[in-house]
Design a protein around this ligand. Structure first.
Ligand code: UD1
Ligand code: CA
Length: 455
């Protein structure tokens, strides 16, 4: 089968009341159109053609992928008009699947059923809605065969009562599509070229029209307003939480977790409330994530516990570590096993060896820290001199006293002790105590200052 997928994405989305083109509004942190493209790609089509129009340049720039072909619809004269703009790019022998850039949650399996059903005619995706709102209605004849689709604005009282709606997705051969497109006019309430007229033409020619019903109504849900967008966001959240529960993950409250990327979990993982996962995240066996954490593009190995209020991105965390509460891991944090990162500790582009600890109030940036190192409270690696970044190396078994400032580039050799409050700007010798601070003095006969008496 030579499948070519056409995605309509030229509409403005007036009801969003936004200057951002509708298909660029984010759902789960990514543009609506990105979700549709993901789904489209899973069907391995020969081509993906996107019809863009409103905010054309902005939309195109958001998707620099080479395999997307763009067709411009300069004026938005309706869904059929949009398809007409793309027809020069559609191959004559193709099977065509028509999707919308603002209907993001349709399942791949549902689209497969739609393609199957289109074998010798036209297949239309429909759904039963409690509130059919402004959707086009599927009108059937007495024997239940699909007769036509009528837009809400053109519908009679009786037709408006129909709860089966048109999701707007169709599958058919390019040959039939181009034939029927030629017949579509704009004699209707909106003076637009309606793609829904395909159904009427198919019926008139006696070609089979199959309505494929989506298993869940949300598969057909489009975004026309911020309210609908918010509804889909919570639907998306629910779908992802269900997947985790299904996979055996413990969620304290499935309504209070946001999985916005690909989250992979081992056995007996537990996630507390209000956590957000973005991008690729993998959690090993028995990993526990405390409440209110944000985790983006991280791998966390087995047995590690992340306490509440941590923010971690692009980091790799080893087994049996303890992170937080209130820790921040920035890109390039690499922790070996049994590392402890405590409250108000920030780690950036740094490696910590097995068993090392930084438990309180520290900044560790651009550093290489060995095994069994103890980083005292308030320790700062001064990695930036105003122009360039420099590295700090702390070898195995060092003890860094509280409130030390390590001015990079600097190397703290194996087994060094650094006295509390030291400012270290030169390499230290192995196994010795280095202290670099003003000597403590007490001044005999010193008197506290007095306020002047008012004369
Ligand atoms: C359309 C269907 C309606 C269906 C609903 C499902 C028609 C006439 N009506 O209505 O039966 O229930 O979708 O969501 O087809 N677009 C363009 N160019 C245009 C017009 C639209 O690219 O000139 C794109 C939009 O960006 C959007 C999609 O087509 O992605 C649907 O357009 P929209 O205006 O939302 O159609 P509806 O009126 O909702
Ligand atoms: Ca719509």
């Amino acid at each position: 089968m030579a499948l070519e997928i056409l995605i309509l994405a030229a509409g403005q989305g007036k009801r969003m009341r936004s200057s951002l083109p509708k298909v660029l509004h984010p759902l789960a942190g990514r543009p609506l159109l990105a979700h549709v493209l993901d789904t489209a790609r899973e069907l391995s089509p020969r081509k993906i053609i996107v019809v863009h129009g409103h905010g054309a340049e902005q939309v195109k720039e958001a998707f620099p992928e080479k395999h997307i072909e763009w067709a411009l619809q300069a004026e938005q004269l309706g869904t059929a008009h949009a398809v007409m703009q793309a027809m020069p790019r559609v191959s004559a022998d193709a099977d065509v699947l028509l999707l919308y850039g603002d209907v993001p949650l349709v399942r791949v399996a549902t689209l497969r059923r739609l393609l199957e059903a289109a074998r010798d005619g036209l297949a239309v995706l429909t759904a039963d809605l409690e509130d059919p709102a402004a959707y086009g209605r599927v009108v059937r004849d007495a024997s239940g065969r699909v007769k036509r689709i009528v837009e809400q604005r053109d519908a009679s009282e009786a037709e408006r009562a129909i709860r089966e709606i048109n999701a707007g997705f169709y599958a058919l051969s390019a040959q039939r599509l181009s034939g029927w497109l030629k017949k579509i006019d704009n004699r209707n309430a909106q003076k637009e070229y309606y793609l829904t007229d395909l159904v009427g033409f198919a019926v008139a020619e006696g070609a089979p029209v199959v309505a494929v019903k989506a298993a869940d109504a949300w598969e057909a849900a489009g975004v026309n307003s911020k309210r609908e967008l918010a509804n889909l966001e919570s639907q998306y959240r629910k779908i992802r939480a269900e997947e985790l529960l299904e996979a055996g993950v413990t969620l304290t409250d499935p309504a209070r977790i946001d999985v916005r990327g690909a989250l992979e979990c081992g056995r007996d993982v537990a996630i507390d409330v209000n956590c957000v996962f973005e991008g690729r995240v993998s959690l090993g066996d028995r990993v526990r994530i405390g409440p209110n954490c944000v985790v983006r593009y991280c791998t966390i190995a087995a047995g590690t516990e992340v306490l509440g209020f941590c923010f971690m991105e692009n980091s790799a965390i080893g087994e049996r570590c303890r992170i937080g509460p209130y820790a921040r891991l920035r890109p390039g944090a690499q922790l070996a096993e049994e590392v402890h990162i405590g409250n108000f500790v920030e780690v950036k582009a740094s490696r910590l060896g097995a068993g090392s600890k930084a438990n309180h109030l520290s900044y560790l940036g651009d550093s290489e820290i060995g095994e069994r190192v103890n980083v005292g409270a308030g320790t700062i690696t001064c990695n930036y001199d105003g122009a360039a970044k420099h590295r700090t190396v702390i070898e195995d078994d060092c003890f860094i006293g509280s409130d030390a400032t390590l001015v990079a580039p600097v190397r703290i050799a194996r087994g060094s002790y650094i006295g509390a409050g030291s400012t270290i700007s030169k390499d230290t010798p192995a196994g010795q105590l280095t202290v670099a601070r003003a000597r403590q003095v007490s001044i005999p006969g010193w008197k506290p200052p007095r306020k002047k008496e008012k004369g």
